[in-house]
Design a protein. Sequence first.
Length: 82
Amino acid sequence: MANYLPFCLEPAVWIWLTSLPERLITSWGDLNRKLIESFQATRNRPGNHFDLTQIKQKPEESLRDYIKRFCAKKTEIPNVPD
């Protein structure tokens, strides 16, 4: 499986991995932890229902535009009840 690793990674991740000091990663667990530490913040995370409570109608924004913006945000959030 390790032979296929270069083909599974994005180029930026492969460059990062090959630039690490030797013997820094000695197990799949080490690799997992280092990947999460280095790349988790770059991942887009889905919002949650709290994000919807932060959407307020802007001054001079029509009700229609506000509802459109609210509904667009709602579609980005998984498992939001109607």
